[in-house]
Design a protein around this ligand. Structure first.
Ligand code: 3PG
Length: 353
């Protein structure tokens, strides 16, 4: 059987070593290769405007090939008829098509492109949770033209997120960091009534510190969300940093007292969801807050769910990933799931969430 597998390989080559997405793709392939004799991986990288060599999937296909210890035949996609011929006539094995976002119509869920993609195989397996919030030709449109089913990673992601959100063991703790509060606001709003504590850091935390009337100097924060932060701060479940680590007038990490406070809350929790680093972890000396929280997540008895590329990289870099309940490959998709939004790629597969 010839299978098309949609995977998430939206990875920077510099992040390959700590990439959760690459590991998940490799373990899914171990399962799917037993089921299908011939596999064509469909994926994307970045947000190219047209064909852009810097966003080719080729280096990722080489890394995945090493991870599965099996050659992956890479197919250009500038001529899909040609790619189809090469795939159909080629030997059984694993193939990968160049970045789908080089094709016009992919992002607009164009039915013409969706039909062409469907013609490349006999069955379509969507194993890409991280694009579930997008309606593209390769994850939504394609399902109108070919038998379609969810893959192992996609199923695991939905089950883990449902477990955390629908039946949380208490206390239920949400840890939110990252640069932009605008990305995280819908999640905080949606989950606030359900959680017992929301612990904040990063640029999100800075916006709350500013809203409390404190000076944040040159720190990153969102001016237009100060009112929202003040509103949310009225709820005493919401906790923002009580001390910070600074450099040249900017807050770059939560301080040691905040980190200790957050670790103690996580230790007593029943469920923890963490999205977004709590400081500027790439800057030497400012990853401490995220590291304390990562260790707390690894040692608590709580069910822990961690998502987002940067947050999962920190945990993998510290070799704590095996001690976490579930690590999500989703960035925006996980946030949309948690915010209770519609996920078109799950809807077309009739997956309940
Ligand atoms: C991601 O990195 O979260 C997914 O690959 C989706 O990418 P997008 O936000 O560019 O659609």
């Amino acid at each position: 059987m010839i299978a098309l597998i949609r995977m998430n390989l939206d990875i920077e080559p510099s992040e390959i070593a700590s990439s959760l997405r690459l590991r998940r793709a490799a373990s899914s392939l171990a399962i799917l290769r037993k089921r299908y004799g011939k596999i064509l991986i469909l994926s994307h990288r970045g947000r190219p405007k047209g064909r852009d060599g810097k966003l080719s999937l080729r280096p990722i296909s080489e890394a995945l090939s090493k991870a599965i210890r099996k050659k992956i035949i890479f197919l250009d996609n500038s001529d899909l008829c040609f790619a189809r011929e090469a795939f159909f006539e080629g030997e059984p094995g694993v193939y990968m098509l160049e970045n789908l976002r080089f094709l016009s119509g992919e992002n607009d869920n164009d039915p013409v492109l969706a039909k062409k993609l469907a013609s490349l195989g006999e069955v379509f397996v969507n194993d890409d949770f991280a694009t579930a919030h997008r309606a593209a030709a390769s994850n939504v449109g394609i399902t109108s033209f070919i038998r379609s089913l969810p893959g192992p990673t996609l199923k695991d992601e939905v089950a883990a997120l449902k477990k955390a959100v629908k039946r949380p063991a208490r206390p239920f703790v949400l840890v939110v960091g990252g640069v932009k509060m605008s990305d995280k606001l819908p999640v905080i709003d949606k989950l606030l009534p359900a959680v017992d504590r929301v612990l904040l850091g990063g640029g999100v935390g800075n916006t709350f510190i500013k809203a409390s009337g404190s000076n944040v100097g040159k720190s990153v924060y969102e001016k237009n969300l100060i009112k929202e932060a003040s509103r949310l701060s009225l709820d005493d479940k919401v906790v923002f940093p009580i001390d910070c680590r600074m450099k040249a007038g900017s807050i770059l990490d939560i301080g040691p007292n905040t980190a200790a406070l957050y670790a103690s809350v996580i230790k007593e929790a029943g469920t923890v969801i963490w999205a977004g680093p709590l400081g500027c972890f790439e800057t030497k000396g400012f990853s401490g807050g995220s590291e304390v929280v990562a260790k707390a997540c690894a040692t608590t008895k709580a069910y822990t769910l961690i998502g987002g590329g940067e947050t999962t990289s920190i945990v993998i870099g510290m070799k704590l990933d095996k001690k976490i309940g579930f690590m999500s490959t989703g960035g925006g998709a996980m946030l949309d799931f948690l915010a209770g939004k519609k996920l078109p790629a799950l809807d077309v597969l009739k997956i309940s969430y």
